[in-house]
Ligand binder design. Sequence first.
Ligand SMILES: [Mg+2]
Length: 241
Amino acid sequence: MSRRAFVFDLFHTLANPEDYRPRDFDRIEQASAAVGLDPAVVKSHWLANLHLVATSRIEPVDVLRELCDAAGISAAERQFAAADTAIGRFQDDALRQPIPGSVDTLDALRNAGWLIGLLSNAHVRDIKAWDESPLDPLIDVAHFSCYQGVAKPDLTAYTQILAELEVAPEEAVFVGDGGSNELAGANAAGFGHVVLMAGPALDSGFRTQEDVDLLAEDATAVINSVRDLPALSERISAGMR
Ligand SMILES: [Mg+2]
């Protein structure tokens, strides 16, 4: 049998910060308030620099330090620590305790002979608790955009992980909630199957049904739960070598 793999997105696919984040908790607002910055200024700067922060080892809290310097605000270290916590605490929670069924499903796929890849767009603070995640030991190759220097939907993000997994694109299945146009990117990279994981983002109010319907246009299958994957993988196997 040729080598084959599932390549997963991380947030809102295997681990959902919205399971922990109160609906009215805006991390940029909270982090801005912690150091005395205007949230509107931080938000526009954040959006303008999102790609840079996601494809480098820049600590988000250091972006706030620079903004404080520029604004002549002198915040204390404990304020920066509070901002850092606001930025990452619910990602930490989600990594330590991923979506129920994620661990069992990855186990089942591995036992069925699939390699498991992880392809995540994340800044360094988002994945600070990765080493504490029960997902970590179940992943053969994990690529995070902040360490790889490239983010989905850039074709290179997909070709790099497939090369490291030593899996041909047509023998690979991409699974994600559709953020960052990742499903279109997986199609462009030639993945054999592209699966939209709709449930977590939809159920937590992170996306609307209209968002999901639009994203589904880039998918070969739509599932609501990670628990749907073992059955889907069997159908895929029946059609694959
Ligand atoms: Mg995602």
